[in-house]
Write a protein that binds this ligand. Sequence first.
Ligand code: N01
Length: 506
Amino acid sequence: MNAPLRHPLVTKPDFDVAIIGTGFSGLGMAIQMKKAGLDDFVVLEKAETVGGTWRDNHYPGCACDVQSHLYSFSFEQNPNWSRMYSPQPEIRAYLEKCATKYGVLPHIRFGVQLTGAAFDEAAGLWRITTRTGEVVTARAVISGMGGLSIPAYPNIKGRETFQGETFHSQNWNHSYDLAGKTVAVIGTGASAIQFVPQIAPKVAELKLFQRTAPWVMPKPDRAIGGFERALNNYVPGFQRAFREAIYWFLEMRVLGFAYKPKLMEKVQHMALRYIGKQIKDPVLRAKVTPDYTIGCKRVLISNDYYPALTRENVDVITTGIREITPSGVITDDGVEHKVDCIIYGTGFKATDMLSGLPITGMGGEDLNSRWKQTGAQAYLGTAVTGFPNMYFLMGPNTGLGHSSMVYMIESQIAYVVDALKLMRREGYNHIDVKPQVQAEYNQRLAGKLDGTVWNNGGCVSWYRDDQGRNVTLWPDFTFRFRRQTARVNPTDYVATPVTVVAANRN
Ligand code: N01
């Protein structure tokens, strides 16, 4: 039973809490709210089903590149994963099952797309506007919109003039038959290296436009057999121990990325040997050998990417793209590559975290404008000064170059639940992180990031914004993030009691 608020609110919002999105963040948040007995919440979802990025990305070969046992909620282990690295349909089904099992579905309003959110200081609540013109009010807003949800298209001259079929990896057109077609793929990131091996055997010709070669390591993937699944199902602690082992193995990568660059030299040597083993043609090998320190961009894992590049019908083109024409792609050397289809594997607007969504806080300040100036900054990647009761799951500097995002998301969720409980316990209407606390935290982060491969590895990556500020990555062990987010320190926040808000209204 919830403790009642000590003071009745003058303006009762529609909901105590509004959660945005139904990926791992939004669903995980909703589940923990229910577990904590904080039942007065709504989940707003733009689509018609749950799943977030695992609903939206469904290109051929789409799978997770973090092991299934770790890429799942700690409280809901799935003993029946079919592979060490789950394919997208299984992760999506897992999230759907979680939503049903934990009774979250009745809280979700599907087909509701946000157009903005503004904090009403006098009423002490957030007004969320939606595409249909409806306004939803809530005391707290929790964004689970994800860091990689808005596709990025390259700014290439003539892109709109192309007359053939064209789509982004996130909006794969499955009804377009690629068989027998000449296809251009632009980009060689995590998405492209998964779908290129799938489509290469089908198409007549595949022209892969590579601007920067990725580092690719072998993927220790395998089917999980019946015996192992039985152990997961029936031997208490077996799967959890496996999960722990994976967790600590991945955590050790931080040593190389952030603390001991010498370690990475060994890993880089292994990766070079892998290229050598997979690609015999010296010209192709030179093309796909990266020219920056391993780890600077996300290290990719694949067993079928390099073999796909060695196919007769695949051409890796490293000359820059000058222009796109109605019939194809012209490279900087003036060669025109005529194609039937262009597929963009060009990633997401990762550093533009709000993607232009207007969010207005205290004193009418717009968060987009602030973050354009300062770079995306928050306290513990979660709370932003001047934007009380608003929390960002997967907010600034919570991304990982080495392990499972679900671990970070669960840490943030625990923190937000603690904040909501604190407000209830103390009779606060809203809390706002102190500017000094946020500034000092970000100074410490910047110091940590300074020495890492992500900032010093000699590459350009989506980890950093257009001014070179690393606004996406957590530069440390994830258990340290968990420790820092374990409890809300009330002295980090300025709290406004319900009575003050009530007085404002009178
Ligand atoms: O996107 P990316 P992604 N001309 O940004 C190239 C997650 N993810 O969708 O490197 C030519 O990595 C660009 O070139 P360059 C994961 O976190 C997870 O593949 O900038 N090329 C690059 O090659 C991942 O990191 C899973 O020089 C242009 C590519 O496009 C993130 O999503 C699976 C260009 C973009 O690569 C994004 O991956 C898949 C231009 N103008 C994705 N502009 C999991 O398994 C861009 N490029 C969990």
